[in-house]
Design a protein around this ligand. Structure first.
Ligand code: DNO
Length: 357
């Protein structure tokens, strides 16, 4: 297992590589190039410069999160052929700079959704929160405005400006598409790309839908254990794998996260773990919270143990943290709470390992 932290380049992060390097046990970063428009090839020279910057700080760049998938691939339009070729070229380029794992998602139109990015918690810290009725009442464009206004000037992953322009039309488009067709478009993408992931030795790790239930009549696919089984069966290669995000899947109280980890990590199909906790107010409303088990609904000991018991050798990163100690950072991606999370998870990992001896 390798513990990493997410980091955004080009001055688009309040957290420095040096701070990440000083976080005990963290050996690398998951990073991205948000300035490259979705669908375009990631240039090798830009990747080489990024790798040098990260390696010079004493950290590894083995994980990319994310190379986003152009909407025309998800829609199954003829233009997908060119975008798939570009994706494959990007795979080749990221392999040349030593990337081993690629996190991506196949969510239509919007990546993740929250009603508030600065929800005050009882201890005076703030966290991201989701209130289902509020999200349903907002249209996605309003949600984008609300999110942008609270992003403190940082880009929000998955809410890239070029996506926002076409949002309303895209939502209309999907109203006429069955979920089965959406699955077929996903299989088409996987069958085209996975042979190259094998060739370039890059483990593809799909991120679950967040939240894992339908919004604005959009198809949702990576939502529960049955659908994850279906996804993995679309293409049986071990390179067609998962990012298990405890918070995204854990937003649904029906999902048993340790069981999900045991099944798929046991099959060697999990390549990346996003670990965070959340506290439900009811079935579909929740606040994000500190990683510690006692702060939320998820049992972090059982989650880490499920990875340990299945001899997990992939990457782990603490996911969204709260904003605390006066920090000003991209919502979910400050330093303090994620550093606490990383060391809590590393502590569990060490204890579970030693108890087995
Ligand atoms: C949000 C993240 C997502 C994630 C993508 C992966 O904070 O968890 O934006 O990176 O869904 O493609």
């Amino acid at each position: 297992m390798k513990m990493i932290l997410r980091w955004f380049p080009n001055g688009d992060d309040s957290v420095t590589l040096q701070q990440i390097k000083q976080t005990p046990g963290v050996t690398g970063v998951a990073t991205c190039l948000p300035q490259i428009p979705v669908g375009e090839v990631w240039p090798l020279e830009v990747l080489e410069a990024l790798k040098k910057e990260i390696n010079d700080a004493g950290l590894e760049m083995e994980v990319i999160e994310s190379v986003n998938i152009h909407e025309d691939i998800k829609k199954g339009l003829p233009e997908r052929e060119q975008y798939i070729q570009n994706y494959i070229k990007t795979l080749e380029n990221i392999s040349k700079v030593g990337v081993k794992c690629l996190c991506y998602n196949f969510m239509p139109v919007i990546d993740w959704a929250r009603s508030d990015l600065e929800h005050p918690l009882a201890d005076g810290s703030t966290a991201m929160a989701y209130r289902h009725e509020e999200v349903i009442k907002m249209n996605p464009a309003t949600m984008a405005d609300v999110m942008a206004s609270k992003a403190k000037g940082y880009s929000l992953p998955g809410w890239e400006p070029e996506r926002l322009g076409a949002m309303a039309q895209d939502i209309e488009f999907y109203k006429n598409m069955s979920t089965e067709t959406y699955w077929e478009n996903m299989k088409y993408f996987l069958d085209a790309v996975i042979p190259y992931a094998e060739k370039y030795d890059i483990k593809m790790a799909i991120h679950p839908d967040d939240p894992p239930w339908p919004l604005y009549d959009l198809p949702k696919v990576i939502t529960n254990i049955e659908n994850v089984r279906k996804f993995l069966s679309l293409n049986e290669s071990v390179y067609n794998g998962l990012t298990i995000c405890s918070g995204s899947l854990g937003s649904s109280l029906d999902n048993d996260i340790p069981e999900i980890i045991k099944e798929f990590s046991g099959q060697g199909r999990v390549h990346f773990a996003h670990i965070r906790n959340l506290k439900h107010l009811n079935e579909k409303d929740f606040d994000e919270c500190a990683h510690l088990s006692q702060c939320g609904d998820l049992d972090m000991f059982e989650i880490v143990k499920a990875y340990h018991d299945t001899d997990y050798t992939g990457y782990i990163r603490p996911d969204h943290g709260r904003m605390l100690w006066g920090e000003k950072a991209r919502p979910g991606y400050g330093l303090y709470d994620r550093a606490l999370g990383a060391n809590y998870l590393l502590g569990l990992w060490e204890a579970i390992g030693k108890m087995k001896k």
